[in-house]
Write a protein that binds this ligand. Structure first.
Ligand code: URP
Ligand code: ZN
Ligand code: ZN
Length: 464
């Protein structure tokens, strides 16, 4: 065996086949060179892992950095957003390259790669996106994306006044995506139902934040999932439903899966750890996101979906606006930019769920890294502690705790202000390099690498 650059000694590692007390040996190339019985490996540097749990570095499939959305630009850029990601144990992020006015899918991908290069400290994937204004030109570009290392494309069925596509356009795009081997990420809300919901909410409860929660119903989400799932079945495309928030959607996905349909889905921490009571709080417009945060019944169904494998991943949907940006709408939910900060807290929240017994550690790894890696065709290089994998490793002290305020995200508030998660991240390694220790970042600007995607996307982890 070649000399190991470092060894994490005697740690409780969550390996693909289960939890095991091991030494993790890391080679000079930043990959895992050896896994062996605790206390048996030697390396130039030795990190004491006793009492700590080692999990794969997080992979966040859904972030929006430096993104123009809702009339304003998110506060976090690639430098600040990926720094916060690393400090929260996420070593790979996936950014949506949403076309700005006049841009096609490829224009937005090139711009996004330019923004990330030299700035990102986490490794990153770029998802393409097709929007209403440049849809025809973008559709013509779709089959070229795999040659550019891009095999995922995001579309919106909502926001049809701005970026959303019609159902006919979605159908055409799915057909091309199926031919090209592209996984289509779908923001699923039926726009006409959302519009109807907005009118009814304004009439019934006014324009405050509670109106937002009322306006975007579970029905609007589930109806769009059903429709797009039908289109995916018709075209042979693989659809990945982002930010699933409601029990009826979980039931629909479970039912279709049981009939053999290959559908992928994520939810987000804010749907798992918060409920609609946030819309009664002071300055509640800060929690405006789409879909909205729902009742405890929906939350319980999402946890069930995570446990039994209907939901493949938990992503942050980090879309970071500060209080001033949220205030710009004057409290009218129709004018508040949608989205929440969360890139730093996603992994600690799920780690907390393992520690407090809500989800087994193996399932936490599935939904925070392994599942995402499989979907992206990057497993086992990413999302696993196994020989040959990139040494993206997070060491957690299960006896510690993590405050969930704004942290290192470029904002002055957090959806979880005042809360703490069980467990504390003490060390983060990205490709073998220690990039964070006890909340201090040690990664050189621009040291994150772009991860082009190859064939073989769309795999699922099936829960044990
Ligand atoms: O409210 C949200 N989710 N904002 C971010 C953009 C999106 O729809 O994913
Ligand atoms: Zn969305
Ligand atoms: Zn999003």
């Amino acid at each position: 065996m070649a000399e190991l650059a470092s060894v994490i000694r005697a740690t409780d590692a969550i390996l693909p086949h289960g939890r095991q007390r091991v030494d993790i040996g890391i080679g000079a190339d930043g990959t895992i060179g050896a896994l062996a019985a605790a206390g048996t490996l030697e390396g130039r540097e030795v990190v004491d892992g006793d009492g700590l749990v080692a999990i794969p570095g997080g992979i966040d499939l859904h972030v929006h950095l430096n993104t123009f959305f809702g009339g304003t630009t998110t506060r976090d850029d690639f430098a600040s957003g990926t720094a916060a990601a690393l400090l929260g144990g996420t070593t790979t992020i996936a950014q949506f390259a949403i076309p700005r006015p006049g841009e096609t899918t490829i224009d937005a991908i090139e711009r996004t790669r330019g923004e990330a290069g030299g700035a990102a400290v986490a490794d990153y994937v770029v998802h393409g996106s097709a929007v209403k204004e440049t849809f025809e030109r973008s559709l013509d570009q779709l089959e070229r994306l795999p040659d550019l290392g891009i095999r995922t494309v995001k579309i919106f069925t909502a926001y049809t006044d701005a970026i959303g596509l019609t159902i006919g356009e979605v159908h055409r795009l799915l057909a091309v995506a199926a031919r090209a081997g592209i996984v289509v990420f779908v923001h699923a809300e039926t726009d006409s139902l959302v519009r109807e919901g907005i009118d009814a909410a304004v009439h019934d409860v006014g324009t405050g934040p509670v109106g937002h929660a009322r306006s975007r119903t579970p029905l609007a989400e589930t109806d769009a999932i059903r429709t797009v799932a039908d289109l995916a079945l018709d075209t042979g495309a693989t659809a990945y439903f982002v930010h699933v928030s409601s029990s009826s959607s979980v039931a629909t996905l479970a039912d279709r899966r049981s009939r053999g349909e290959h559908l992928l889905a994520e939810t987000c921490p804010h749907y798992l750890f918060l409920d609609e009571a946030v819309y009664e709080r002071d300055f509640a417009e800060r929690w405006i996101c789409s879909p909205p945060i729902r009742s405890a019944d929906h939350r319980a169904a999402l946890w069930e979906g995570l446990r039994d494998g209907v939901i493949d991943a938990v992503s942050s949907d980090h879309n970071c606006f500060d209080t001033a940006q949220k205030a710009a709408g004057g409290g009218d939910f129709r004018a508040v930019p949608n989205g929440l900060p969360g890139i730093e807290h996603r992994l600690p929240l799920l780690v907390g769920a393992a520690i407090d017994g809500r989800l087994p550690w193996s399932r936490v790894v599935d939904v925070t890294s392994a599942g995402a890696a499989r979907i992206l065709g990057l497993w086992p290089r990413k999302g696993s502690i196994s020989v040959g994998a990139d040494a993206d490793i997070v060491l957690v002290d299960p006896a510690g705790s993590t405050p969930l305020g704004p942290g290192h995200m470029a904002t002055d508030w957090s959806p979880y202000d005042g809360l703490e998660a069980p467990g504390r991240i003490v060390r983060v390694l990205r490709r073998g390099e220690t990039v964070a220790v006890d909340g201090t970042l040690g990664a050189a600007p621009g040291s994150g690498r772009w991860l082009p995607l190859g064939p073989g996307l769309g795999d699922r982890v099936v829960a044990a």
